[in-house]
Ligand binder design. Structure first.
Ligand SMILES: C[S@@+](CC[C@H](N)C(=O)[O-])C[C@H]1O[C@@H](n2cnc3c(N)ncnc32)[C@H](O)[C@@H]1O
Length: 490
């Protein structure tokens, strides 16, 4: 695939980013195909393709190559002229980029040369072009047995007719890769398999909730391999990435693996089918906790808590941020003020400690004057915990002139009704437990934790949760850990 890599390198970084032209390295293409083979029920030995394998955003053809290679090798005993003539029904690449399609056709044709060489010269035809220029989102005529893809990513604004076409998988913002996943599932035949290299945000993000429901109904996830940063194969992408397979056939279990310098088996879990964030362990020692969590019916939201993102985006208000207090100013809470899980005042932020409430909406939007639980929205990768919460108590508010403004790297968790089951103090202690950190790591694999993901933390029934109000320290750790043990192991 050096030809594909050379083509991408020839593009300007801006073009590469705008059109999502990041091609899959051969190691990942190979892994994705081996996952697809498993879903197809292939034996370890080479097998001919049972139907059409399509890549709707094929670039230079990296993902089609392992399938083509296996098919050609498995067809060795067959008339090579027939094998080549049949390829157009078995491999198809589509891409909007004509230069990439050209490269793909060269790369795929090169793979066919040994087969061509076995045909007597008098019977040779020109090699089939398996990739074509087109829109991978348009509905294809022929259903596919397998769709392999590493589709373009990024938010897109859709025309009203496009929104309507994808209404069943859209909730709020549309992301191109989600549309490609939905389109791919639609294009599969009744035994079809989708094998996709995609960001993991579809497993937990709010905007993907309808896509999750749709996948649960139409093509449940049968395997997911998290690609670890240190695998070194995907260094240019900042978000967590995975290889995942989805099958039209009904599935009860999904395999979870992790790909670093080697492949590690993490767990086999029950297939999750709802629109709620999927709880998927990234490490095998998190697997028992996540198995219990994914069977729970309650969540922070259902027990009466609402999370929102702090409203202050500091660089939009830099002129209003000051070092000194004043009567129309509000004390700013920065993410660093929560480090260590105790609300404090990080001296490094003191030059921007107060926000001048200059806009008419500020007193409504920017001011928090009620106790709350504050949770960091992002943590540094090297931090040992993902979940860092601190209590904004009445006393803490009084010490800050009775009101604060929370920056947008902090989530604010507040009770919505009269019975929030846990006091804010107990909620803060709960979020500081090891078990809760394991749960959250299995919902969001990235360092970011959205308000939506926080609200969706699965919890046991309210009586169990209520009993945690009086517990602290080791007693609380033990009680929470016992609640997150899978059925049968209690
Ligand atoms: C991340 S690259 C992956 C290419 C290839 N599948 C691989 O894995 O190496 C995404 C590709 O999607 C193509 N693309 C973007 N929008 C598309 C569309 N609407 N239809 C088809 N291809 C598209 C880009 O030109 C780019 O080649």
């Amino acid at each position: 695939m050096q030809v594909g890599a050379a083509y991408v390198e020839a593009l300007s970084p801006a073009t590469r980013a705008r059109h999502g032209r990041h091609y899959t390295p051969p190691e990942l293409a190979y892994h994705l195909w081996s996952m697809a083979r498993m879903s197809l029920g292939f034996s370890p030995g080479r097998q001919v393709l049972p139907g059409l394998v399509r890549d709707p955003a094929c670039g230079a053809g990296a993902l089609l190559l392992p399938a083509l290679r296996e098919h050609l090798r498995a067809s060795y005993g067959v008339d090579p002229a027939l094998t080549l003539a049949g390829l157009q029904n078995l491999i198809e690449g589509v891409d909007t980029d004509p230069a990439a399609v050209w490269v793909a056709n060269v790369v795929l044709a090169a793979e066919m040369l040994p087969t061509l060489a076995r045909i007597p010269e008098s019977r040779r035809r020109s090699l089939p072009a398996l990739a074509r220029v087109g829109d991978g989102l348009s509905i294809p005529e022929q259903p596919a047995r397998v769709v392999v893809m590493n589709p373009p990513y990024g938010r897109v604004r859709l025309a009203p007719d496009e929104r309507e076409r994808y209404a069943h998988v859209l909730y709020g913002h549309a992301n191109l890769y989600g549309l490609f996943m939905a389109g791919a599932v639609e294009s599969l035949d009744s035994e079809g398999v989708l094998a996709a290299l995609v960001p993991t945000s579809f497993t937990s993000g709010r905007y993907f909730s309808k896509l999750r429901e749709y996948l649960g109904r139409e093509a449940a996830m049968s395997a997911i391999t998290f690609v670890e940063d240190r695998s070194g194969v995907f260094s240019s992408v900042l978000q967590e990435t995975c290889l995942a397979t989805f099958e039209r056939r009904k599935r009860r279990k999904a395999r979870i693996n992790s790909l670093g310098s080697t492949m590690t088996t993490i767990a086999t879990v029950k297939v999750q089918k709802t629109g709620d964030p999927w709880v998927l362990p990234r490490r095998s020692d998190d697997a028992p906790v996540t198995a219990a969590a994914s069977a729970m019916q309650e969540s922070l939201a259902s027990l009466g808590w609402r999370a929102s993102t702090g409203p202050l985006v500091w660089n939009r208000r830099s002129d209003d941020l000051h070092a000194a207090w004043g009567p129309s100013r509000s004390h700013v809470i920065w993410a660093a003020d929560l480090d260590g899980g105790i609300l404090h005042r990080d001296p490094a932020r003191d030059s921007m400690r107060y926000l001048a409430l200059t806009r008419p909406s500020d007193s409504k939007v920017m001011v928090l004057d009620e106790p709350a639980v504050l949770v960091q929205r992002t943590t540094a990768p090297e931090q040992s915990r993902r979940l860092i919460a601190a209590h904004l108590s009445r006393d803490a508010l009084s010490a800050r002139h009775g009101r604060v403004t929370v920056e947008n790297h902090v989530n604010v968790l507040r009770p919505t009704g009269l019975d929030p089951v846990l006091t804010p103090e107990a909620m803060t202690r709960l979020l500081a437990t090891k078990t809760m950190d394991q749960v959250i790591r299995s919902i969001s694999g990235s360092v970011a934790l959205s308000a939506y993901e926080l609200e969706s933390i699965p919890l046991p029934n309210r009586d169990v949760v209520r009993s945690w109000n009086d517990l602290e320290g080791d007693a609380l750790e033990a009680a929470v850990s016992a609640a997150y043990r899978p059925e049968g192991s209690k």
